[in-house]
Design a protein around this ligand. Structure first.
Ligand code: SF4
Length: 219
């Protein structure tokens, strides 16, 4: 159930091959999320996440270096390039907004993800991080309350099944990174994107084992 195929990544694979494996794993994750509600520990509940609902896109997101590379390469595809400069500008802007904020301070500031489109949809949907995929809620009203009053610590009923899958997938991603020569680590999305876009040869340096994202590490 929790093996999404990333364990088949081998030392010596190219970044392109690794990203294809990661993409397949993420697609499988989404396919399994489509079956949530029957035969899972979430019972007969139904996910209420829809395009245009973006309350959870104001929360802190943890990512791996491989996920940051996947997002960057997604945005640099020829068909997405027209959007690239706008995203880079937003990343710079939101990086300033994040400043040194962490944990509760970060949540209370309700800082929008720079990858969110004007229509409230994820601008990198196919390449969005696993953490985002696991913010799958059974109660949209609870998400809205949590967004309106972040300091009140509302209980949002996220899918336990998807959270479990994300928990199992995270070490698989880290293991795959090691085989590619990329250092293991967990990073905050906005800081990590800022580093990725402002570091020359970002992918090559990651694969050379340099801890390029150290400044974006989650504490
Ligand atoms: S990457 Fe996409 S889904 Fe995740 S927080 Fe940003 S806009 Fe939302």
């Amino acid at each position: 159930m929790n093996d999404l195929g990333l364990n088949t990544l081998r030392i010596g694979m190219s970044l392109h091959q690794a990203l294809k494996l990661a993409d397949d794993a993420f697609t499988l994750y989404d396919e399994r999320s489509a079956s949530i509600g029957t035969g899972t520990k979430d019972g007969a509940l139904h996910l209420q996440c829809v395009k245009g609902c973006s309350y959870c896109c104001h929360l802190e997101v943890g990512v791996s270096a491989l996920e940051v590379i996947a997002i960057k390469q997604f945005l640099e595809r020829p068909e997405n390039r027209s959007n690239l400069e706008r995203v880079k500008t937003r990343v710079r802007h939101q990086r300033k907004a994040v400043g040194d904020l962490r944990d509760e301070g970060r949540k209370n500031a309700r800082i929008m993800c720079p990858l969110l489109s004007d229509e409230g949809a994820c601008g990198v949907y196919g390449a969005r991080p696993i953490a985002c995929r696991s913010y799958a809620s059974f109660d949209r009203a609870a998400c809205e309350r949590d967004w309106q009053q972040p300091e009140a610590e509302q209980l949002v009923p996220y899918s336990e099944t998807l959270r479990d899958m994300a928990k199992h997938l995270a070490p698989q991603i880290q293991g795959a990174q090691s085989k590619l020569g990329i250092v293991r680590g967990a990073y905050e999305l906005i800081r990590a994107l800022h580093v990725a876009f402002s570091t020359p040869d970002f992918e090559r340096r990651c694969m050379a084992g340099e801890d390029v994202l150290a400044k974006a590490a989650l504490r």
